[in-house]
Each structure stands twice: as structure tokens, then as C-alpha cells.
Design a protein around this ligand. Structure first.
Ligand SMILES: [Zn+2]
Length: 234
């Protein structure tokens, strides 16, 4: 689906209420979500993982996770905003949030993570979606996986709905289920709002790297994440 056409469709839906059902049918986006009735008051924190001196995973072909995370996050931001939601990016360029005066990489990383958490838990924030890419020694691994914060019950539903949308739209053979953070993902374990991490795919699988770098695929996957969000009653 061409994103430009999708944007035009969704813009028309916002203006002309009578067309909402057409949009719903066409893109399977329900209009019943509670959050849907107060779009203009909803702020979705969008967190492109890594950045700055922490590039995250790097594929054998040289694709850097932090760059890819930002590309997906910007597309998701555009889709949310055209549909009337507010967004807050933790970072909108290649840089990180770290306090640069700190001496060690470990200290700067910690400061970066705490600053992201402050944004997740800020007064304006209603929900947080973080975007990452996966890496695994077995290069055959591929497909998306979503992790959720165990502290806020609705996060599991959000994660499951995003997983379902991605599988239905793009990855029918993906059998991976969403998983709780389980005490080892700092941001999810400490978020006070519903928070999920979407691992879009594996940078250890070169076939998937090609797919992940495809701009149309980035748009489609971002739209599936949006669908999962819309299917969740907050
Ligand atoms: Zn990552």
C-alpha cells in the first residue's frame, strides 16, 4: 500500500466522519479504542533505540541499528500525527541523550537511559513505543518480536496487538509471541506508562537486513505497529 495514498485517506477520515467506516474496513483499523476519542490529548512517546556513540547492532553488510531504528520511528511518528495523535521523540537525529561531560561510556550510557526513562514517565506521556533491531548468532532467525513492560497490564495487550498486526500484514510464518521484559530491559521494567519494544527484525540475517532497509517495508511495518496501537483499548 502506497503510504502517500494512505495518508490522504486517513486525513480525509479525520475531516469527514462519515468516511471513517470506509477507512476502518479498508485498513482494518477499528475506531472503538478509548484512546481514539481523545487523540488530541494523547501523547505517544517514540523511542528510537541507541544513537550517538552506541550504534546498537551492526549487520555484516554494515547496516547500523541506530540508523534503522530512527527511520522506522520517524515513519511511525508521521502515521500517528496524520491520524491526530501527538508524539514525543526521545531522539530525532543520530545523537543520543547522554550527558557528554561524563567520563566513561558506561556513565554516558546510563545517563542516556535515565533521560529516556524521564521522557517515558513524564507528565505528558501516555504510552511509549521503542523501536529496535534484533541480533542473534543463528543467522536463520528472522521476523519481528515485541517485548512489553510487566508493570502496566495494558502493555501486554498492546504488545500482543502489535504482534498480531505485523503477523497478519507482513509475517504470516512468524511464530514468535510477544514477551514480558522480565527484569532485564531497563526502560520497560521502569516505565510507569504502557511501554513496548518492537524488535523489527534481525540484523544477523542478511535477507532480512535487505527487507528492513526497504523504505516501503519500513512504511508497512510502521503502519502495522500503528494498527496494533489502534486495536488496543487503553
Ligand atoms: Zn537495540
Amino acid at each position: 500500500m502506497d503510504l502517500k495514498r494512505m495518508f490522504i485517506c486517513s486525513a480525509v477520515c479525520i475531516i469527514v466522519f462519515s468516511l471513517t467506516m470506509v477507512f476502518t474496513y479498508r485498513y482494518s483499523v477499528p475506531t472503538s479504542a478509548v484512546i481514539d476519542t481523545k487523540r488530541d490529548k494523547t501523547v505517544v512517546v517514540l523511542d528510537a533505540g541507541h544513537g550517538g556513540e552506541d550504534g546498537g547492532a551492526v549487520s555484516e553488510s554494515g547496516v547500523i541499528e541506530s540508523d534503522l531504528n530512527l527511520k522506522f520511528t520517524k515513519k511511525l511518528k508521521a502515521i500517528l500525527e496524520i491520524n491526530g495523535f501527538n508524539t514525543k521523540m526521545t531522539r530525532s537525529d543520530e545523537g543520543d541523550l547522554a550527558d557528554k561531560s561524563l567520563k566513561t561510556i558506561a556513565e554516558r550510557k546510563k545517563s542516556d537511559m535515565y533521560k529516556r526513562l524521564d521522557i517515558y514517565n513524564s507528565e505528558i506521556s501516555n504510552v511509549a513505543i521503542s523501536i529496535h533491531q534484533n541480533m542473534f548468532p543463528a543467522i536463520s532467525c528472522k521476523g519481528s518480536q515485541v517485548f512489553f513492560s510487566g508493570r502496566v497490564p495494558i502493555a501486554e495487550k498492546l504488545a500482543n496487538n502489535i504482534t498480531t498486526a505485523i503477523k497478519e500484514d507482513l509475517q504470516q510464518k512468524n511464530i514468535r509471541e510477544s514477551k514480558p521484559a522480565g527484569g532485564n530491559i531497563f526502560l520497560l521494567d521502569n516505565a510507569r506508562v504502557p511501554a513496548v519494544i518492537v524488535e523489527c527484525g534481525f540484523l544477523s540475517n542478511e535477507d532480512e537486513v535487505k527487507t528492513l532497509c526497504d523504505v516501503n517495508y519500513q512504511k508497512k511495518l510502521s503502519f502495522s505497529i500503528f494498527k496494533g496501537f489502534m486495536n488496543t483499548e487503553f
